[in-house]
Design a protein around this ligand. Structure first.
Ligand code: DLL
Length: 430
């Protein structure tokens, strides 16, 4: 089942022709309406006329997150202010936020892409969708919300937190699909477990859309097992509409990225050079269908690779592999490069480990991993605790090549955030 069978199964030649047409249109618009791009293109001596093929895109300069912050609040706006209908922001950890504008058409095309994603996982108008993401300046909840309404699904705009109320809504309205961060999904599973509620027996849940933060395959499997559902990886970023950029189909073998809306490149993060297809690197996206704020060669900082083999679902849009981390999330500990996901992968593969963890860096490069234990597997006896600790240290050592200190804590000891999980605290003095 497709939402838009023509566009979702478009052949390569037609897709590339559409991409090229849209790219040239966008380049003309930004050269005319956005001073930032006018000057940037002038500085490297390039104009839309120099782009003769899609491959020529690499001649264009990159846009970075810093550029968005430097042009805050509206330096990248490509349409008249009165034609903007919505503002979202994406807050970085430091400095100014990034302001993202939407025209009415942008809202509609974001919802279209979202509707494609819903249908791709088998959602129909008879489903009930509980949106457990943050509503507000964050794109996560609203963009999905509009997509669900476009499809005609009943939306419960629950927002995050207040698990008791979430459960009541799920029971009373027979929720079948939830949109939730992976960290909250694990927390919610824990909440149900403590109440002695089996999701399979008492709830109608079938699917979860999990995204907005990095997570491993092991975490997905844990969520699926605990809640007895299918969990689909959902990728996006505010700069590209928010969610609905790339999404898994029922085969869960990578996330189809909507190539009629986004031109995809993978570059070496250090060199800025395009990498051969299939190699892992930084994802760079050019918007092909955004009116209010088109972005050219935007460096997402997300590390992934492209899968171009055909997918059994029949969609021709290529797939992204699970995000392996962000270039700016990489930790260097005692000279070793480590992505937090490598640690999560190890923790979530060990049965006695529970659902929440924290990576702490202190002093002169000392790493401590705090992990909650899983009450259903673990009896809390001291000798078992030590065994579990040793198992974690040894498995981590073979994955990240260092032996961190490991602290095992009772379930519920670590803080759970309503939005994106904070997994790393870096208080090093070096
Ligand atoms: O997180 C948009 C979104 C909302 C996506 C809801 C999916 C679901 P931002 O707040 O701008 O937008 O953060 C974007 O979050 O560059 C990635 O680093 C990370 N991220 C988003 N989805 C995933 C995912 C939204 N599925 C940044 N896996 C991105 C890994 C993800 N990282």
């Amino acid at each position: 089942m497709y939402w838009d069978s023509k566009l979702e199964t478009i052949n390569k030649e037609e897709l590339e022709a559409l991409q090229f047409k849209r790219l040239i249109k966008i380049l003309k618009t930004v050269t005319k309406n956005v001073n930032f791009y006018k000057e940037k293109f002038k500085a490297v001596g390039i104009s839309p006329g120099d782009i003769k093929t899609l491959a020529d895109v690499k001649k264009l300069p990159f846009t970075t997150g810093e550029d968005l912050k430097a042009t805050y609040p509206d330096g990248l706006l490509a349409i008249k202010k009165e034609d903007v209908v919505r503002l979202h922001t994406s807050s970085g950890t430091t400095g100014k936020p990034k302001a993202i504008f939407f025209s009415a058409r942008d809202i509609d095309s974001a919802a279209e892409l979202m509707a494609r994603c819903f249908v791709m996982t088998g959602v129909t108008r008879s489903d009930v969708f509980q949106n457990m993401m943050t509503y507000g300046l964050f794109t996560g909840a609203l963009v999905m919300h509009y997509g669900a309404e476009k499809l005609g699904v009943l939306v419960i705009p629950a927002g995050p937190g207040n698990s008791e109320r979430q459960l009541t809504l799920m029971k009373d309205f027979k929720t079948t699909v939830v949109h939730i961060t992976p960290s909250y999904a694990l927390y919610f599973a824990d909440f149900l477990e403590k109440k002695g509620i089996s999701s399979q027996r008492y709830l109608s849940l079938k699917r979860a859309f999990i995204g907005a933060e990095p997570h491993t395959e092991e975490t997905r499997q844990k969520i699926e097992k605990l809640l007895g559902i299918d969990a689909y990886n959902s990728y996006g970023l505010s700069e590209m509409n928010g969610p609905g950029v790339a999404f898994e189909c029922i085969y869960k073998n990578g996330m189809h990225i909507w190539e009629d809306n986004f031109l995809v490149e993978i570059i070496g993060p250090a060199t800025g050079e395009p990498l051969p297809e299939g190699e892992k690197g930084e994802l760079v996206l050019t918007t092909l269908n955004r009116e209010a704020m088109p972005l050219i060669r935007y460096r997402t900082r997300d590390i992934t690779s492209i899968i171009s083999e055909p997918c059994k679902c029949g969609r021709t849009h290529r797939r992204l592999t699970r995000i392996a981390g962000r270039t700016d999330d990489m930790l260097i500990v005692r000279g070793v490069n480590i992505f937090p996901q490598q640690i999560e992968k190890v923790l979530m593969s060990i049965p006695g480990v529970g659902k929440n963890y924290l990576i702490k860096l202190e002093g002169l490069d000392e790493m401590t991993i705090q992990a909650e234990f899983d009450l259903s597997v673990f009896d809390g006896q001291v000798e078992h605790l030590v065994q579990l600790q040793n198992q974690i240290v040894n498995k981590l050592n073979s994955e990240i090549l260092i032996k961190p200190k490991v602290e095992i804590l009772p379930p519920g000891s670590l803080a759970v955030s309503e939005g994106k999980a904070k997994r790393v605290i870096d208080n090093r003095t070096i």
